[in-house]
Design a binder for this molecule. Structure first.
Ligand SMILES: [Zn+2]
Length: 115
């Protein structure tokens, strides 16, 4: 064993003994629990962008504002061109984030024919 290694060993033993003294003289420090950093308020993660919600609402609005162009749709029963649109709840076109988009069905305002 070289002199250098012996010196290192001595230093290590010295540090060991010092640590032992520290641990013995400060039992409270070692016994105390780890400082709770989790108690600090964690910044709330906002995963839902408000703009996404607005986009969804605008898309729904667009779908609502797209009635059939009157005059192009003709009732096969009475030849009427005025239709009311109703959501056909039995036909879901697509579902997005819990919001269902239903198919539209057209009801003749004159005779009530449903297409
Ligand atoms: Zn009709």
């Amino acid at each position: 064993m070289s002199e250098f290694e012996q010196n290192v060993l001595k230093l290590l033993e010295d540090i060991n003994s010092k640590l032992d003294k520290l641990l013995k003289t400060e039992p409270a420090a070692t016994a105390s629990p780890v400082p709770s950093t989790s108690a600090a308020p964690f910044p709330a993660a906002t995963t839902v962008k408000p703009s996404a919600v607005v986009d969804k609402q605008e898309e729904e609005a667009r779908l609502e504002e797209k009635p059939p162009v009157e005059g192009r749709r003709i009732c096969p029963e009475c030849g009427g061109t005025s239709f009311a649109t109703h959501e056909d709840k039995s036909q879901v076109l697509h579902q997005m984030g819990g919001v269902k988009i239903y198919a539209k069905k057209y009801v003749c305002r004159k005779c009530g024919y449903e297409k």
